[in-house]
Write a protein that binds this ligand. Structure first.
Ligand SMILES: [Zn+2]
Length: 58
């Protein structure tokens, strides 16, 4: 389970590249290799939460 990967689509509408990142990247940000947009990886995937996390990353 530690080798689990997360797939996330780039929010950049002109890019929309699907990126595969390690599960350890959850809750962190990655940079799209295609357009350099910074993408935040949700801490939890699979279930959409109605409320955004209150934790603020400095
Ligand atoms: Zn992109």
């Amino acid at each position: 389970m530690s080798d689990e990967s997360v797939r996330i689509m780039c929010p950049n509408l002109t890019c929309r590249k699907v990126l595969a990142v390690p599960a350890s990247a959850r809750g962190k940000t990655v940079r799209c290799r295609n357009c350099a947009t910074t993408i935040r990886i949700p801490a939890t995937l699979g279930q959409a939460e109605p409320t955004p996390p209150a934790k603020k990353s400095a």
